[in-house]
Design a protein around this ligand. Structure first.
Ligand code: ATP
Length: 481
């Protein structure tokens, strides 16, 4: 079982302190969300799991944390100033502002012949074959490009001084490309190797929404893997398979994941091939094809990035293609004595979309012996915000309370544990089940005599008696299993 829709998660997330609507006391801010006490733990656990898998468990990886605000020229040569835009249309009847490519119109093969999907959609709008989903009127304006980069100014310069203009990064990838030579030299790496980075990105999305699925501020986990041209296709396929498996290793059901091969008309200008890992974010939609959306993109970016940021390449007349760069980002292969621009394979995932997919996938309901429906969040223990809750059976017995608090303090250096005595035991268990805590430890009257506690499992509700002296080791083993 998984969540029937995103709304189920929105209310659970607010009630239990995973995610709150941002700036709520001032009326909110559209599509901005704040991560609460449990949400921040879940995000951190997702990022740690990714970093461990991507960086620590491999021999060919380095990490990086680059600036959010970069020299504007980075975005000029990456192509973002010219092409990082969405096609915007307005409805002349109800004044809605929409993305032309999200109107739900899939051009037929016949229509696509010889033209891009965007052009076929523009033609359909012009011929009034497409309507506005909000009011139904077939009265849309021509699509026009809307650049998604947030602009701001550095220093005390006047706002209209063009030399002070900078952008908030719309992806973390460019920070990696411009540091390629720095990392290569300082780490003495040889191809193939990768550079991984986690960090915030910003896009002034035309139509944000669906909770944390599409927001204007979000976090990405990106890795750029540098390979010899010719080895790119096979390495790309290996990363596609490995990324899909990473999501299932987090406990996401394979039946809610699929790979989507981007058709030629959808590919970014630099991409040779891109495959998305999609999650079933919208199970409530009748049409199966509309249930899926992107969780992660895995692109073969060719040698576009290192080439475009290099001072070296020249056109036929000997003019430098990039007169501003001071560095050549090509690679010299000692073995073959050849110099070339490496190809780049890029697995790029969103932290927030991963959080949403693990929450949706972990959601389940179970009926207790009183016939009441209980929510159980079957999160993978690695991701659970709290690993163990220490609960006293009687909160008016100082010896029991004292022992429970001592156990919590003894566990907290090695795992995230909490103490709770604000309800009866049934209620305390139900609360922990609902936030995905895999194990509850109960201290009862008997514990004072036999120095043992009851460990209860979130998913099976089975209980086991464990000696306090063996508890730490026992819990760690259970969490690893
Ligand atoms: P989409 O087509 O949904 O706009 P994209 O193809 O532009 O996404 P990429 O540029 O490939 O996205 O970014 C990599 C990942 O970053 C995405 O797979 C997604 O998980 C995440 N991401 C991108 N844009 C957003 C956003 N506005 N809000 C939340 N996550 C995002």
């Amino acid at each position: 079982m998984s969540a029937p829709n995103i709304e189920t998660i929105v209310s659970l997330a607010k009630r239990r302190g995973f995610v709150f609507p941002s700036s709520e006391i001032y009326g909110g801010l559209a599509s901005a969300w704040d991560y609460g006490p449990l949400g921040v733990e879940l995000c951190n656990n997702v990022k740690q799991a990714w970093w461990r898998w991507m960086v620590y468990e491999r021999d060919d990886m380095e990490g990086l944390d680059s600036s959010i605000i970069l020299n504007r020229l980075v975005w000029k040569y990456s192509g973002h100033e010219d092409t990082f835009s969405d096609p915007l249309v307005d409805c002349r009847d109800c004044n809605s502002r929409l993305r032309a490519d999200k109107l739900g119109y899939l051009p037929s093969d016949e229509e696509l012949r010889g033209q891009l999907a965007g052009d076929a959609i523009a033609k359909a709008i012009r011929e009034r074959r497409l309507g506005c989903p909000n009011c139904g009127a077939k009265n849309l304006t021509e699509p026009r490009p809307f650049n998604l980069m947030f602009r701001t100014h550095v220093g005390a310069a006047a706002e209209d001084d063009p030399s002070s203009l900078v952008y908030l990064r719309p992806e973390t990838a460019q920070g990696i490309f411009i540091n390629f030579a720095n990392v290569l030299t300082s780490s003495r790496r040889k191809l193939p190797f990768g550079i991984a980075q986690i960090g915030k990105s910003f896009r002034n999305e035309v139509t944000p929404g669906n909770f944390i699925f599409r927001t204007r501020e979000f976090e990405q986990m990106e890795m750029e893997y540098f390979v010899r041209p010719g080895e790119d296709e096979q390495v790309h396929q290996e990363w596609i398979d490995s990324c899909f498996n990473w999501f299932t290793s987090l406990g996401i059901s394979a039946s809610n994941l699929r790979l989507y091969e981007q058709p030629k008309e959808e590919l970014a200008h630099y991409a040779k091939r891109t495959v998305d890992v999609q999650y079933r974010f919208f199970p409530e939609r009748e049409e199966e094809e509309r249930q899926w959306d992107e969780l992660m993109g895995i692109a073969n970016r060719s040698d576009f990035d290192l080439r475009t940021h290099s001072k070296k390449p020249e056109d036929a007349e000997g003019r430098r293609l990039n007169p501003d760069s001071t560095e050549d980002l090509s690679y010299f292969d000692e073995a073959t004595k050849e110099r070339f621009y490496p190809y780049v394979i890029e697995p790029a995932a969103g932290v927030n979309r991963t959080v949403l997919s693990v929450l949706m996938d972990a959601y389940s309901e179970k009926t207790n012996d009183k016939g009441e429906a209980r929510v159980i969040l079957k999160l993978h223990p690695t991701l659970s915000p709290i690993k163990a809750a220490i609960l006293p059976l009687a909160k008016n017995k100082p010896e029991i309370v004292g022992m429970a608090k001592a156990i919590k303090r003894f566990l907290q250096p090695v795992l995230r544990a909490v103490y709770d005595d604000t309800g009866g035991i049934g209620k305390l268990y139900a609360r922990q089940d609902e936030i995905g805590t895999p194990l509850c430890v109960t201290v009862d009257h008997q514990s004072l005599e036999d120095e043992a506690v009851t460990v209860r499992d979130r998913d099976t509700w089975e209980q086991e008696r464990v000696k306090v002296s063996e508890l730490q080791e026992y819990l760690l083993n259970r969490l690893r299993a």
